[in-house]
Design a protein. Structure first.
Length: 527
């Protein structure tokens, strides 16, 4: 700060924007974002006025990184894209690589991991070819490998069905990272690679190997004073004990994580997993009070999550059977409430129950009217779908001027795919469909987005739900199945995923739809 004041006093423009740049870095590290923004904007403006293009670009890059550290990913993306265009004109290979790395970090956070991988692999190729020097830029090279390992690990945690192949990719880059970090004497990087190796062992069920890696990583982290990495390590060490049903030791490590993050406002999926693990451990130990306590913290963290991390938290719901645990927790809560109610007067209880009954009845009737209205709307929509199904392929051909035989081939293939109802296959992946219609996954994905305005998952889900709506309406036998059997028939992995998708589409759950259909007269069903 003194350097900055002196530069202002001497009216030294260059010294002013250099000092402002340094101040912005310091305040960002101290997590004082308002001050960081203030000084980086001064640095940008002064450098621009002085026509110092290099410093102007560096300060813009810094601003993008500050936005990233503050979780303002949209703003970070916009600034970094602007910087990339400026640097691209000068063809500064090292600077372009730095910007690509920053953009890749943003892409990973906003749910575009595959784009992040492409950018990071582009940088890695420059190091492998010798265009960028691994030794002089050792930290950046190690960070490139770390980024690839962590992105593939993120994909493995987010997409359970493809976990094995993503874990293979993690191992490829992590093995290189372990070797290169030692060769380049980057022990901090090596400790992270060790942690990731332990996580991969854990995910593959090799819990003893995972322990060995975690213990080695913990010793290295503590020797280096690299304490900000301990929360991640302790969380996975605790999880390792949990997987071995050693709940006391699991709690010991998980509480260490809670202690580290207690003063932060973190709500990442990793932290959420800590609290759901704690709730599970205490529930297994029949410690109801702590089970309720940590499940409540999990719910609070879960509420703060947005769409950027929703995929990972959905994986947590599946992995730890959270609906089942939630049911137990609710039971504990209700029992606790009953004990408290014993101390209240009978009149108060009666009045409360009467009021609750009136409100519940009113809410139920209102909800029933809304759902009935939506039910009738769905039947009307379904009627239009049924009438148009036979002519979908022909309409697709007539409304599209054939200028690209590959696209028309894909559209014709999709029409046959839909007619054969192959979307009901449980493992109906993008690659599966691409093979069925003799194309590749990239062409198929682009054609779906350009001609059906849908991503692949949405496309398959809509087909399954249309089929479900039609079959439930027209086949009484199909309505007699339980929800789990219907979900399996449609290719959904779980009854819960089917029910959620059904509700998003219609506004009500399958059980309501089935009950409503069963209550209609025979002539009303065959609309």
């Amino acid at each position: 700060m003194e350097f900055y004041k002196k530069a202002i006093a001497n009216q030294d423009v260059k010294a002013t924007y250099n000092a402002a740049h340094i101040n912005a870095i310091i305040y960002n590290v101290l997590d004082q974002k308002d001050s960081a923004y203030y000084f980086v904007d001064i640095s940008i403006a002064k450098a621009k006025d002085a026509n110092d293009q290099q410093h102007y670009v560096n300060s813009l890059h810094l601003k993008g990184n500050i936005y990233y550290d503050a979780d303002l990913y949209d703003k970070a993306s916009g600034v970094l894209a602007e910087v990339y265009k400026l640097v691209e004109k000068g063809n500064n290979v090292q600077k372009l690589a730095d910007i690509r790395h920053s953009i890749a970090l943003v892409k990973k956070q906003v749910g575009l991991p595959k784009q992040a991988i492409e950018l990071t692999k582009e940088n890695l190729e420059l190091y492998d070819k010798g265009t960028l020097d691994k030794e002089s830029q050792s930290i950046k090279y190690i960070n490139t490998l770390l980024n690839l390992s962590s992105i593939y690990l993120h994909l493995a945690e987010s997409f359970f069905e493809d976990e094995p192949q993503y874990l293979d990719s993690v191992e490829i880059y992590n093995t290189i990272g372990l070797e290169k970090s030692i060769a380049l004497n980057d022990l901090q990087g090596h400790s992270i690679f060790l942690t990731i190796e332990g996580i991969v062992h854990q995910k593959r069920g090799n819990l003893q190997d995972a322990f060995t890696d975690f213990i080695a990583a913990e010793k290295q982290i503590k020797d280096l004073g690299f304490y900000n990495q301990l929360s991640v390590l302790y969380q996975y060490e605790g999880k390792n004990f949990f997987l071995q049903n050693d709940y006391d030791n699991a709690i010991k490590y998980l509480l260490k994580v809670d202690s580290i993050v207690a003063n932060s406002n973190t709500s990442s999926p990793s932290v959420q997993e800590t609290y759901i693990l704690l709730a599970n451990c205490y529930e297994k130990k029949n410690d109801r009070e702590n089970a309720v306590k940590y499940f409540k913290i999990f719910e609070e963290k879960d509420a703060k999550n947005d769409l950027l991390i929703r995929k990972t938290t959905e994986n947590l719901y599946r992995q730890y059977d959270i609906p089942s645990l939630k049911s137990k927790i609710e039971k504990y809560r209700n029992e606790s409430q009953k004990e408290q109610l014993k101390s209240q007067t009978l009149m108060y209880v009666c009045l409360f129950l009467i009021l609750l009954s009136i409100i519940s009845f009113w809410y139920y009737k209102k909800r029933e009217r809304i759902q009935k209205k939506r039910f009738n709307t769905v039947l009307e929509e379904l009627k239009e779908i049924e009438l148009s199904q036979n002519s979908i392929a022909e309409k697709s051909r007539q409304s599209y001027t054939i200028t690209d035989e590959n696209i028309q081939k894909i559209l014709d293939g999709l029409a046959k795919f839909e007619k054969k109802q192959l979307y009901l296959q449980k493992k109906c992946t993008l690659n599966y469909v691409a093979k069925k219609i003799n194309t590749n996954s990239t062409y198929l994905s682009k054609t779906l987005q350009s001609h059906k305005q849908k991503k692949f998952v949405q496309y398959i889900t809509d087909l399954r739900l249309n089929y479900a709506l039609t079959q439930l309406k027209n086949e009484p036998r199909f309505r007699a199945y339980d929800i789990k059997s219907i979900a399996a028939e449609l290719g959904f992995n779980t009854a819960e995923s089917f029910s959620k998708a059904f509700k998003r589409r219609t506004g009500f759950y399958p059980s309501f739809y089935i009950n409503s259909l069963n209550s209609l007269k025979e002539n009303e069903i065959n609309i």
